[in-house]
Design a protein around this ligand. Sequence first.
Ligand SMILES: Cc1cc2nc3c(=O)[nH]c(=O)nc-3n(C[C@H](O)[C@H](O)[C@H](O)COP(=O)(O)OP(=O)(O)OC[C@H]3O[C@@H](n4cnc5c(N)ncnc54)[C@H](O)[C@@H]3O)c2cc1C
Length: 435
Amino acid sequence: MTNEQQPQHRRTIPTVQTTPTRKTPKTENRTVLISGAGIAGPALAYWLRKYGFRPTIVERAPALREGGYAVDFRGEAHLSVLERMGILAGVRAAQTHMGAMAYVNSAGREVSRMPADVFSGDLEILRGDLGRILHDATKERTEYVFGDSIAALAEDADGVTVSFERGEPRRFDLVVGADGVHSTVRSLAFGPEDAYVHPTGLYSAIFTTPNHLGLDHAGRAYLTPGRLVAVYSARNNTEAKAVFYFAAPDAPGHDRHDRAEQQRIVSRAYAGNGWETERLLAAMPSAADFWFDSISAVRMDSWSRGRVALLGDAAWCPTPLSGMGTGLAVVGAYVLAGELAAADGDHLVAFARYQEVMDEYVRGCAKQADGVANWMVPGNRFMAWFVHQNYRLLPYVPWKGRIAASIRRTANAIDLADYGPRGSALAERDGPGGR
Ligand SMILES: Cc1cc2nc3c(=O)[nH]c(=O)nc-3n(C[C@H](O)[C@H](O)[C@H](O)COP(=O)(O)OP(=O)(O)OC[C@H]3O[C@@H](n4cnc5c(N)ncnc54)[C@H](O)[C@@H]3O)c2cc1C
């Protein structure tokens, strides 16, 4: 049983009623181009459409990216946004039902375990499944353009002229970058990513692989100094995800689009690692959904400039170590769209309110990642031993359960306004798209 079924999560979070000044958004600020069809982008499109805006999503990938790892939602704030979107039941139906993660020695024998509520949150789902649910919830009334990317933004008093790598230039009233840690919109509107993207020194690789260990809604992890390799079953045990988190002095400067180079980095880092590592590395080249990146946080003082705003990992990536990125993405989408509706499309007012509402919440969630790298990937044998002892004692210590409770408190530390059904009449009338 996952924690989302436990009664303490069912309490109602306070809602804040905002006072609308008009019933529909300003006609001059209705078309919104969203870069990125990950999690934040489609979630934003859902709410914008509901409030009468006309969102277009441009996604660099040629189609929806279906692969990926498990992501989780924690606490009532995350779950209530899914509920308000009408997708909570669908997300629940697709949840992973993952049990504890067992840490094993080189012979595969369990030495400690991490409880499911710390590891998997309250409601865990494969990122690809969540993306599909969000796409299904938006595709009828949102224009999706796959296989393209914004190439340039030229803002003037009335809107933004957007040039694309492939398509013809188009005009939009507003542009939102929901294009992840390495956001193109952020680079174009705010400058090079070095100023905002802060590497933790860790790298990660993830891919789908056969469930050769026969795991039943379970995971196995193996720790050696500077390296964690884990496997967990997915899609009702029909497959598994192989996950690598590691320190890699030779990885900085790697080509983000060169898969072969990335796989060489992983293979070098894990040479002679033991346990099941060799078998997983051998399966790596044939994986259809290999993913590799540095584990980096994004920190910015402001998420908007003129008619351009950022959302999700592009704005505030708290790193996967926080376990908060997906919840933050859907909550942020809800707030950004809601503030645009509440301000009747006045982007200056809305973007300032969005920052005000989300800022402290984002900081709190990002803090969850503090120190996690040392626990997740201990740098030496003593620290690895210490981590195992802690996990081993966890079920017996008086503060048992407080780790998950504290994470849930942080995830709940926002009062979500009820923005109401503003603009829905307009949404019924108009189609999607830019000008
Ligand atoms: C290994 C790993 C494990 C994670 N585990 C968890 C977890 O347990 N819990 C949790 O809450 N979160 C987790 N996360 C984080 C979570 O995946 C993200 O925080 C979340 O997906 C943020 O969504 P997003 O839409 O902002 O960005 P993304 O999901 O990164 O989506 C960005 C989209 O933009 C597209 N794109 C990129 N560049 C362009 C461009 N130039 N033009 C058009 N499109 C572009 C990309 O193709 C992608 O589809 C994890 C992340 C990783 C990497």
